[in-house]
Design a protein around this ligand. Structure first.
Ligand code: MN
Length: 245
């Protein structure tokens, strides 16, 4: 099995090293990741300048750093390595759940894989006061890969590991509330500045990724690339077919 590993925290993140270590048990691993952090860049691609890559030492793994986004890295990695079976992205510093998924560069790398017809799996974990303990997560990462790599029906999956997992759950995306918030402040010159940040959501619905993560479960959310609201499409066509032939 050919496993391409990427992320959005950059190739020097301990999270990608941990993911590559877990992945080598399952097949041939190659790391292609951004040369600097690209968190929250979403699914941006670079088209107004050329991309380059450089070989980078990363343990025993074949690794390359790219001056581009997570999606660029997967596009370039899949271009240079025939028949990639799966793209793993992460392990991200910080959860990727709920509506935050729209901004996630970690998830974008997995989505880029799915767009290319390759299975894509995004993996993330919260960051508390200390750095994530990837040694503690390692058995859970292995269990997740055991499950998801064997399932040929899955296209795109979003996974989050709590700090201390006590189990794993299939979950849906929490869409009840958007936790993006603008926090105003002042710079040293007294000028207005604004931080885009997040605010904790008080109520979470059972069965969602947010709920499972808060309750100590590894979240496994199967995703689809189709953004169409099918019920509203049918409804719209029924009410007024417009110029449909
Ligand atoms: Mn990140």
């Amino acid at each position: 099995m050919r496993i391409l590993v990427s992320n959005d925290d950059g190739i020097y993140s301990p999270g990608i090293a941990a993911l590559a270590r877990a992945a080598v048990r399952f097949g041939d691993v190659r790391v292609v990741a951004p040369d600097v952090e690209q968190s929250s860049t979403g699914h941006a691609i670079t088209h107004s300048r050329p991309l380059t890559y450089r070989r980078t030492p990363l343990g025993d793994v074949d690794a390359y750093r790219v001056n581009g986004t997570p999606a660029d890295c997967v596009a370039l990695g899949a271009h240079h390595w025939d028949k990639v079976d799966v793209v793993l992205s992460g392990i991200n510093f910080g959860p990727n759940i709920g509506n935050g998924m729209w901004h996630s560069g970690t998830l974008a790398a997995a989505k880029q894989a799915a767009l290319l017809g390759i299975k894509g799996i995004a993996l993330s974990t919260p960051v508390n006061d200390s750095e994530p303990d990837f040694d503690r997560l390692q058995p859970w990462v292995t269990r997740v890969l055991d499950l998801l790599l064997a399932d040929s029906t899955l296209q795109l999956v979003n996974v989050n590991f709590p700090t201390n997992p006590r189990g794993m759950c299939w979950t849906c995306q929490s869409i009840r509330q958007y936790d993006g918030v603008v926090i105003p402040g002042k710079d040293p010159q007294g000028r207005h500045v604004f931080w885009l940040s997040v605010e904790p959501v008080e109520h979470t619905e059972e069965g969602t990724d947010r709920w499972a993560l808060e309750n100590g479960y590894v979240t496994i959310t199967p995703l689809s690339l189709d953004l169409t609201h099918h019920a509203q499409l049918i409804d719209g066509r029924r009410r007024d077919p417009l110029d449909w032939p």
